[in-house]
Design a protein around this ligand. Structure first.
Ligand code: ADP
Ligand code: MG
Ligand code: ZN
Length: 592
């Protein structure tokens, strides 16, 4: 075995352990930036890609820590094209090699792989291509390097670099440990002049150190991309009057600061920009509907003037490098955590304190779910978009540290549990509470309207019914005759809005139709039957409730009891039973 016979390789070694071996060398194919554009079709490097690529192209070693999705592949693929010879990539993901090679070939990159899935003929073909200098990239499974023949093969051709992907597999106590990775130190010993780049998404210090030591990469430059932007304060507020909320945020916290306000539609961009200007905040609109000259003018004003606010759709921001953007505000819910992260990431590039502020409410959930239902794309696309939206909603509704959740989403662990610089950390996490009973009340109201009246209504009417309000609309539809009328008097309107928003976010309610009416989903059945608990986030209170004390309304005496209980109406029955039980426990139950 390889472990016991390192000397034999000394004997076999080609004396000149240099980038140029015996075989024909593939030629270099241009400058990194040019390759990025021509081969991969991207305009600019991400994060530290450029610095990493420069390090490897110039012949140095690199240890790269970059979160999943950060763009590690280009960090070795581009140097492999920019240097003469073949880039050899060690990857433990045998199942994915074929895909990766296919994807590269589709881009016109000459790539091949050698692993146990190839038969002898296929392997010979790849080996011949490598020796003839016809490969830009050669992917190898780590166990291949245990075989002396593989090392000999590499020595007979020209290797431009070694890339060790998923380098954390070398860490013996890690969960992905691969014994064959321990042998990879031979690459540095046998090819001291060939640059090596080790890459991983595992961000712990211990792993980092182990990679460096075990691969013998003590001369490597270290690149550690973190998703954390500690100077950005993340805040997500419940939307009630978004323009006013935004104005208050800007005038109280960022007077005279430059920043970006994102809106979903061109119309709202125009309206919000006008509103801000009317209220003394210097703002310009930016969206794809404006002519190119206006867009360029507004963009250059943003870059040059102090304290200008750009109100924009997501069309704005790509490639804008303004270091002193002090805030990024969202008046509409971004469609994904990736988008949110990218947009908020435009704040505070200078490292100074900055704010990412998002106002989010029921309408956002309604609107985005509707867009998904009626939207373009096939089923798979919609499922994916739905999953992205769910992750974004989870970030909005979390009772834990926003930063921790954001970093966890990108596969990064955080050292502390609390960052101290997000709303949940700063103002104390809102309590999660068992909201099964209020959930049942809201769901029952929606079901009751449908079952008894064949009607469906939007959030406003549902809340009026829950609160027992005799509005003109309630009276017109006789909704004060419903047995659920007033069943939610124990909570405020704001609290009900929060609950319905969360029921939408948790897919227990859905919206549809021309008027965005509510209906219950299939999953709601388990809640109504009392088989599933609903955890909700308590809305931060603006002012103490007038009633004070526990859940009592303070009006003296019991609240309005529910009217008749038709036994057949199981969901309603369950909800009302729960409501009654709650009444009995009233003094013991804390206010939501
Ligand atoms: P990782 O290996 O770090 O998880 P990948 O190398 O697979 O990430 O890249 C993730 C995605 O990002 C890929 O779709 C890739 O094409 C894309 N990507 C990488 N670099 C860039 C860039 N500079 N510009 C645009 N997209 C990029
Ligand atoms: Mg990868
Ligand atoms: Zn936090």
């Amino acid at each position: 075995g390889w472990d016991n016979a390192p000397e034999s390789f000394e004997e076999d070694a080609v004396p000149a352990a240099r980038p140029s071996g015996g075989g024909a060398a593939r030629e270099a194919q241009g400058e990194p930036a040019e390759i990025l554009k021509r081969v991969f079709g991207y305009d600019s490097f991400r994060g530290e890609q450029q610095a990493i690529i420069e390090q490897v192209v110039s012949g140095g070693d690199a240890v790269v820590l970059m979160p999943t999705g950060g763009g590690k592949s280009l960090c070795y693929q581009i140097p492999a094209l920019a240097r003469p010879g073949t880039g050899v990539v060690v990857s433990p993901l045998i199942a994915l090699m074929q895909d990766q090679v296919d994807a590269l070939r589709a881009l016109g990159v000459r790539a091949g792989f050698i692993n146990s899935t190839l038969d002898l003929d296929e392997r010979r073909t790849v080996e011949a291509e490598f020796l003839a200098g016809e490969l830009d990239l050669l992917y190898l499974a780590p166990e291949r390097l245990r075989v002396p023949a593989t090392l000999d093969l590499l020595a007979r051709g020209t290797v431009s670099l070694f890339a060790i992907d998923e380098a954390h597999c070398v860490a013996q106590w890690g969960h992905d440990f691969r014994p064959d990775y321990l042998n990879l130190s031979v690459l540095g010993e046998r090819w001291p002049d060939v640059p090596r780049i080790a890459l991983t998404a595992t961000a712990t210090r211990a792993t980092h150190k182990e990679i460096t030591e075990r691969l013998g990469m003590d001369r490597a430059k270290h690149f550690e991309a973190s998703f954390d932007r500690p100077n950005i304060q993340y805040r997500i507020v419940a939307k009630d009057n978004p323009n006013r909320q935004l104005l208050r945020f800007l005038t109280e916290e960022h007077p005279g600061d430059a920043g970006i306000v994102y809106c979903l539609s061109r119309n709202s961009v125009e309206r919000v920009a006008a509103f801000l200007n009317d209220n003394g905040v210097k703002a310009v609109p930016y969206h794809a509907g404006l002519d190119g000259r206006t867009r360029a003018l507004h963009q250059s004003r943003f870059l040059r003037e102090d304290g200008l606010v750009v109100v924009a759709t997501i069309a704005f921001g790509m490639g804008i490098d303004k270091p002193d953007v002090r805030f990024v505000a969202h008046l509409d819910l971004p469609k994904s955590v990736e988008g949110y992260y990218q947009e908020t990431g435009r704040a505070g590039r200078d490292g100074q304190p900055s704010t990412a502020w998002l106002a989010y409410g029921i309408q956002d959930v309604v609107q985005q779910r509707k867009m998904l239902q009626g939207g373009e794309g096939d089923e798979a696309f919609r499922r994916r978009a739905g999953a992205h939206l769910d992750a974004m909603l989870a970030l909005c509704e979390t009772v834990d540290c926003r930063r921790a959740q954001l970093l966890a989403y990108f596969g990064q662990e955080q050292t502390g549990e609390k960052c101290g610089n997000c709303d949940n950390c700063l103002h104390g996490s809102p309590d999660a509470f068992d909201g099964t009973v209020p959930a049942q009340k809201a769901l029952s109201t929606v079901i009751r309207l449908r079952r008894e009246r064949g009607q469906s209504f939007g959030t406003g009417q549902i809340i009026d019914i829950l609160l027992g309000r005799r509005t003109a609309k309630v009276i017109r539809f006789d909704h004060d005759q419903l047995s659920v009328f007033g069943v939610g008097e124990d909570l405020s309107e704001t609290e009900w809005r929060g609950i319905i928003r969360q029921l939408l976010a948790q897919r227990l309610l859905e919206v549809g139709g021309e008027y965005n009416t509510l209906s219950v989903t299939e999953e709601a059945g388990a809640v109504l039957r009392g088989e599933r608990q609903v955890m909700l986030r308590k809305e931060p209170k603006k002012a103490p409730r007038a009633s004070g004390g526990s859940g009592s309304s303070g009006r003296g005496g019991a609240k309005k009891p529910p009217v008749d209980l038709p036994e057949a109406d199981v969901p309603l029955f369950e909800a009302l039973r729960a409501w009654r039980a709650e009444q009995a426990r009233e003094q013991a139950v804390p206010a939501y």
